[in-house]
Design a protein around this ligand. Structure first.
Ligand code: DLL
Length: 431
C-alpha cells in the first residue's frame, strides 16, 4: 500500500511517542511565550512549560474551548506577528462570530502534507483528476484539499460548491477520477447523475468525503450508486482544518497524523482521559502549528481511538467514525439520540432514498420526533398498503436501534431540500 510519508506513517510507536513529546514540549513553551491567553491560563494555576515532562503531563493543561476562540476573536490567539500569517480561514459559524485560523507558510506546507497523506491512503495517486466540490473561501475544506491534491501531484479541478448540473457536466467532460465533497453533497451529485442517466459516463473511482458525519451505510449506498470507493477524513478549523485524520482502504478508522496532532479522548463530565477503545470527546493539541498553536482543544466530537497497527501497514492511531457532536445529541423523552443512528437505519433500506430530515418538537410537554425520508419510487406513495407496510418496517428498525417510537413520513424523491455544503438534517422546533 502506497504511503505519502512512509517514514512517519510506519514509525514504531515508541519513537513516535518520543517525537510527540519533543513537539509537545516545544508547542507548550511556544504557546506560553507567544499567546497571552495561554500564559495567563498557566500562570493562574502555577503551571510552567517545564512541568510538561511526559505525554501524560499534558493533563495538567486546561482545555481550550470555542468560547476561548470567540473571546480572542479575531487574531488574539495568533503566536506570530500578522506579517508572518499568509492565510486566514474561518468557520461558517451560523451564530455569533466565526472561529478564525491563521497559517504561516510552514503551516500551509504541513497542512498540504497531511492532506496528501490522507488522499494517498484513500488510494489516490498523481495520475488522479480530483474534482473538488467543497466550497472555496473561508471554509477550510476547499483550499485545504486543493493544496493537498497539488502536493500529491494529481490534477485539481477547483469547482467549489453549487450549480449541481454544471458539476455533473464537468465531472463527465474532465473525466474526474476522484470526487471531494461532503457526504451529503456527494450523494446529491450521485443521485443527480443517476437521474440524468450519465452514471456510466463518469470515471470516478474514489470519493473522499469529510466535514460532516456519515455512516458506514451511507458509504455503502454511495459505493453502490457511483461504483467509486468512498473514504472519509476529519478535521476542524480550530486546529487547522481537514487533515487531522483519514481512512485508508481498510476503512477501519481514520489514521491520525500523529506527528502533527496529539489526540486524547476525554470523558468530560469526569475530566478523565479515556483508554483505547473507550468513547468520549476528542481533544486535540497541535504539535507543529506556528500561526495558531492550540492546546487541548475540546472538539465536542464523539469518537474513540485504537493504537493497533492497521492491516495497511501504518502504525498511526486510528479514530473511529465520529458518532456525533455532543451538542448535536438529541434528548427525546429522556433518551439520547444521535442523528447518525437514524441515518444508519435509513441508509440500510433499499426502498428509501438517501435524503432525510429529522423534526423534533414538543407537544403538550412531550418531545416528539419525526423522520421524513424520501422514497426511491414515487408510485409507492399512492399504494396505501405498501406504504403502511414500509412505514411500519422503518418504525420497527428505528425502535430497535433507538429504543424509542419515532413518527415516520415518507415523501417524494427530491422533495427535501439538498445542501451544497454541510447538511443540516435536524430541525429542532423546541428551541
Ligand atoms: O469541516 C474541516 C474539514 C473540511 C474536514 C473538509 C474534513 C473535510 P469546520 O467547518 O470547522 O471544519 O467543522 C468542523 O465538522 O468538529 C466535526 O463536528 C465535523 N466534521 C468534520 N469532519 C468530519 C467527519 C471542517 N469526517 C466540524 N465526520 C468537526 C464527522 C466531521 N464530522
Amino acid at each position: 500500500m502506497k504511503m505519502f510519508s512512509p517514514e512517519i506513517e510506519t514509525l514504531d510507536r515508541k519513537t513516535l511517542r518520543e517525537l510527540q513529546l519533543e513537539r509537545l514540549k516545544h508547542t507548550v513553551r511556544y504557546a506560553y511565550e507567544n499567546v497571552p491567553m495561554y500564559r495567563r491560563r498557566f500562570d493562574e494555576i502555577g503551571l510552567k512549560p517545564e512541568h510538561i515532562q511526559t505525554l501524560k503531563d499534558i493533563e495538567l493543561i486546561p482545555y481550550t474551548t470555542k468560547d476561548d476562540l470567540r473571546d480572542n476573536y479575531p487574531f488574539g490567539l495568533f503566536a506570530v506577528p500578522m506579517k508572518k500569517i499568509v492565510r486566514l480561514h474561518a468557520s461558517s459559524g451560523t451564530t455569533g462570530k466565526p472561529v478564525v485560523g491563521g497559517y504561516t507558510r510552514a503551516d500551509l506546507d504541513n497542512w498540504s502534507t497531511c492532506i496528501a497523506r490522507i488522499l494517498t491512503m484513500a488510494g489516490a495517486t498523481d495520475e488522479d483528476i480530483f474534482h473538488v466540490a467543497f466550497g472555496y473561501g473561508l471554509f477550510t475544506g476547499g483550499f485545504g484539499l486543493h493544496y493537498g491534491v497539488e502536493k500529491l501531484g494529481a490534477t485539481v479541478v477547483p469547482v467549489s460548491s453549487g450549480n449541481t448540473d454544471r458539476q455533473i457536466m464537468l465531472l463527465k467532460d474532465f473525466g474526474a477520477t476522484a470526487l471531494i465533497a461532503t457526504p451529503s453533497y456527494a450523494m446529491y451529485l450521485a443521485e443527480t447523475a443517476r437521474q440524468k442517466g450519465v452514471l456510466d459516463d463518469l470515471k470516478l473511482r474514489l470519493v473522499c468525503m469529510g466535514a460532516e458525519a456519515s455512516t458506514a451505510e451511507m458509504h455503502e449506498a454511495l459505493h453502490k450508486i457511483l461504483g467509486a470507493f468512498p473514504t472519509e477524513n476529519y478535521g476542524l478549523t480550530e486546529v487547522g482544518g481537514p487533515g487531522v485524520s483519514g481512512e485508508c482502504r481498510e476503512k477501519a478508522g481514520m489514521h491520525i497524523n500523529e506527528d502533527m496532532y496529539y489526540c486524547e479522548v476525554v470523558d468530560i463530565p469526569h475530566n478523565k482521559v479515556l483508554g483505547e477503545g473507550e468513547q468520549g470527546e476528542m481533544v486535540i493539541t497541535t504539535l507543529v502549528k506556528e500561526g495558531m498553536p492550540i492546546l487541548r482543544y475540546r472538539t465536542k466530537d464523539i469518537t474513540s481511538v485504537t493504537y493497533e497497527p492497521c492491516k495497511c501497514g501504518r502504525t498511526t492511531a486510528r479514530m473511529s467514525r465520529v458518532v456525533g457532536r455532543t451538542d448535536d445529541m438529541l434528548i427525546i423523552r429522556g433518551v439520547n439520540v444521535f442523528p447518525s443512528q437514524i441515518e444508519s437505519v435509513l441508509m440500510g433500506m433499499d426502498e428509501l432514498g438517501k435524503t432525510y430530515e429529522i423534526v423534533v418538537d414538543r407537544v403538550n410537554y412531550m418531545d416528539t420526533i419525526e423522520v421524513r425520508v424520501e422514497v426511491v419510487d414515487a408510485s409507492l406513495l399512492t399504494d396505501y398498503s405498501q406504504l403502511e407496510a414500509l412505514v411500519a418496517k422503518i418504525k420497527h428498525n428505528l425502535r430497535t436501534v433507538l429504543q424509542l417510537d419515532v413518527k415516520v413520513k415518507l415523501v417524494e424523491p427530491f422533495s427535501i431540500k439538498r445542501a451544497e455544503g454541510k447538511v443540516k438534517r435536524v430541525i429542532d422546533l423546541r428551541k
